[in-house]
Ligand binder design. Structure first.
Ligand code: CA
Length: 729
């Protein structure tokens, strides 16, 4: 097939891709799914005769459950278990060297590409930055429709980690996407037309949605993000047909002390509210935002939700340093129908490091000590790999998968960490803690090969300096971490200035105190709780995919690669035009197996590390013998320095400007192209041009927010004075 570098030009042209997914083709494999398969088969037998034999069954619970043993990719983690393991093996260790590009598509999006494409009935559903949704012919890449939710560029300010989106959910005749601005939107799968839209968050607070919805029992489940700024996290369930709110479960107590009328009221009244002290959390909402993992398990009929970090980060500022602060940093198990609390496991009681438990969760069956156990597995930011009993949440095991110094171990009797007291940066002390806020593992999905018995973790070695900020004052809509001098003007992520009370093991190079160096692809044995093999990756790397072909796919830098699952030998690699962070997927059509991956750098790293230009996001799709090519992007060059001498001199206060810069600007504008280094910005040449952007929103459509609610005109000119000084250096 030809490459589709003109794909965007065919937008709006409706293709009539034939559907080849045959009804009732549900291979019997494994006993676990027998009940569901029998149910599905029963449904087939009852199919009315006037339904064409090629008409696919609706995407519902039975079809998603049946996908455990077939080649479909209908939900974010492929199936309800979210193992990202495909039984497809046409592409395998013997022939993967013949893998070549089948086609590629290019999107109208120039920020991070984090999405997991879904495949149903010959159509591939993908998302890009700013929550756009695309439907493509999965055989050719022809774009069937493109849905733009028209998110206001002002929301870019509220996205800690880029204006990304990780994917859609499918249910019956609709596609569901969570938009960055907090809307949950139902789209007609056939046409791309909006069916309903619900604002799931209070727009006056800096909530965002970047994660994929999941649909369970006719309800669309969606969480939110924003804990770095200060919001109160929760997960909601909406009726898939009507968009009506079905239930909501909060991660933190109501600051008013009143019931919410929500599913979480009972457990907060009984035990969770008592784990909070002080008043800091009452200003921010406490955080706990569930921005990624939402996993339904048909076997236990529970939904496992990964809750986020505390807001502010400092436990002292948030809760007077007292209490576990439920349900921050917790996996919470809820009844899918009602949102009723069943159990929780908190990975970090009294969270104080941005250690979320939002990282991808999967369910699996493991044989532990000779007994078959149905488990929940997670590798959260804090660097321990957790195996929990899926029925009651009991901790079965937890071991470090990267260097960790905040805790010695997890006590299996109590389920609680045995912490290093210095890691809590007490008494104003600074502590260098492993992992840092970027985490040992973040949103990039891991995969599990049940045959090899290995989980493939896209991990990283990170560290960070933490220090409580006694001068923290809550400012709604701004960063609220209560860290270091972030309130008074020092860098938010502080460079190491003093010897740390914690001696870090093997310190890697750091950027702004945050190590982004060592990406690691780790093949982890979840039973033995040890690494079988590992590869050091580029500092940029992607999520993983495991297949029955004995392969694990992942990317490092611009290279998509396939490794032998059992030994870790690299068998195949292809260099794309840009850095890949998205997880690969695989699917089969007309007997041909494809591997697909979104290409385009983004996320927090792209915003803070600079060397990555904005380029159109792409989707690369591979097959055996594929011969298509995709052109390189034109080279980009750093912007030349500005001529400070010809700039209009500023009457602003340089010191105050530096403080404002470090409080409001530095997080995105520490240098580079993706979010520009302001020292080289032509907009700082005159007071009016700088004000037009920062105070009037001239570049709002590009995602540069109008900061007039947080900065006065004189603040803006002070920042310009500081930037001119820095540009002169
Ligand atoms: Ca966070």
């Amino acid at each position: 097939m030809r490459n589709l570098h003109s794909a965007t030009k065919v937008e709006g042209r409706m293709s009539n891709a034939p559907s080849k997914v045959s009804r009732c083709r549900i291979p019997l494999r494994g006993s676990l799914l027998l009940t569901l398969v029998v149910t599905a088969l029963a449904g087939c037998q009852k199919a009315p005769r006037d339904v064409a034999p090629s008409a696919p069954p609706p995407i519902d619970e039975a079809r998603i459950a049946a996908a455990e043993s077939n080649s479909e990719w209908l939900s974010y983690g492929r199936t309800y278990s979210e193992q990202r393991y495909s039984p497809l093996k046409s592409i395998n260790t013997d022939n993967v060297t013949q893998l070549g590009l089948a086609w590629y598509a290019e999107f109208q999006a120039d920020r991070g590409m984090e999405g997991t494409p879904l495949i149903a009935d010959g159509v591939l559903y993908d998302t890009t930055s700013w929550s756009h949704v695309y439907a493509l012919d999965a055989r050719t890449g022809a774009i069937k429709w493109h849905y733009n939710p028209k998110v206001d560029g002002q929301k870019g300010k509220d996205a800690c980690c880029d204006v990304v989106n990780r994917g859609v959910a499918l249910w019956k005749d609709k596609v569901y996407v969570g938009a960055l601005d907090g809307r949950l939107i139902a789209i007609e799968a056939a046409t791309g037309k909006e069916v309903w839209s619900q604002q799931t968050t209070d727009p006056s607070w800096p909530y965002t949605i970047t994660g994929a919805p999941r649909v369970v029992k006719g309800k669309v489940l969606i969480g939110n993000g924003g804990a770095e700024f200060g919001v109160r996290g929760y997960i909601s369930a909406y009726d898939a047909e009507t968009g009506k709110l079905a239930w909501r479960f909060y991660a933190t107590p109501n600051p008013d002390g009143k019931p919410d009328g929500a599913a979480s009221d009972k457990v907060f009244a009984e035990k969770a509210a008592a784990t909070w002290s002080g008043s800091g959390w009452k200003k921010t909402g406490g955080g706990g935002t569930p921005w990624d993992a939402i996993v339904y398990d048909p076997q236990t009929d529970l939904v496992y939700v990964g809750m986020g970090n505390g807001s502010p980060w400092s436990h002292v500022a948030r809760s007077d340093g007292k209490g576990d602060n439920l349900f921050l940093s917790s996996i919470v198990a809820l009844r899918a129908e009602t949102g009723e609390y069943v159990w929780h496991y908190q990975v970090n009681p009294g969270e104080s490091w941005d250690y979320t438990a939002t990282q991808p969760i999967m369910t699996a069956d493991l044989t532990i000590n000779g007994a078959k156990r149905h488990v929940v597995m997670q590798a959260p930011k804090n660097g321990f790999f957790y195996v929990l009993d899926a029925v009651d949440g009991k901790l079965l095991s937890a071991e470090k998968f990267v260097p960790v110094n905040w805790a010695e171990r997890i006590d299996l009797a109590t389920g609680r960490p045995v912490e290093n007291p210095a890691a809590r940066y007490p008494n104003g002390q600074r502590a260098t803690v492993y992992p840092g806020a970027a985490g040992a593992h973040s949103w990039t999905p891991m995969s599990f090969d049940p045959v090899a018995g290995l989980v493939f973790i896209p991990a990283m070695v990170t560290s960070q300096n933490y220090q409580h900020d006694p001068n923290w004052i809550f400012i709604k809509g701004s960063w609220n971490l209560a860290q270091d001098g972030s309130s008074s003007g020092a860098p938010r992520i502080a460079p190491a200035r003093n010897p740390s009370p914690l001696a870090p093991p093997n310190p890697p190079p750091t950027v702004n105190g945050l190590s982004m160096k060592a990406g690691q692809l780790i093949a982890w044995d979840p039973v033995k709780q040890e690494a079988r093999w590992k590869h050091t990756q580029d500092s940029t790397f992607a999520g993983t995919l495991a297949t029955a072909g004995g392969l694990v796919f992942s990317a490092s830098g611009r290279d998509l690669s396939a490794y032998a699952s059992k030994e870790g030998t690299k068998l195949w690699s292809h260099r794309t035009a840009a850095v890949i962070i998205a997880p690969p997927i695989t699917y089969e059509l007309d007997g041909e197996q494809y591997v697909a991956v979104n290409v385009g750098f983004g996320s927090v790293a792209a915003m803070t590390r600079g060397a990555y230009p904005r380029r159109p996001g792409r989707l690369y799709v591979y097959k055996l013998g594929g011969t298509a090519t995709a052109p390189e992007f034109a080279p980009s060059f750093p912007r030349p320095p500005i001529d400070v001498a010809s700039a209009t001199a500023s009457v602003g206060n340089v010191v105050r400007g530096g403080q404002r810069f470090y409080k409001y600007c530095v997080y995105c504008h520490v240098g580079g192209v993706y979010t520009p280094d302001l020292r080289t910005s032509p907009y700082i040449m005159t007071p009016d041009s700088f004000k037009s952007v920062v105070h009037e929103g001239a570049l709002r459509a590009r995602g540069m927010a109008n900061f007039s609610e947080l900065l006065s005109e004189s603040d803006v000119e002070d920042i310009r004075a500081y930037l001119l000084q820095e540009a002169g250096k």
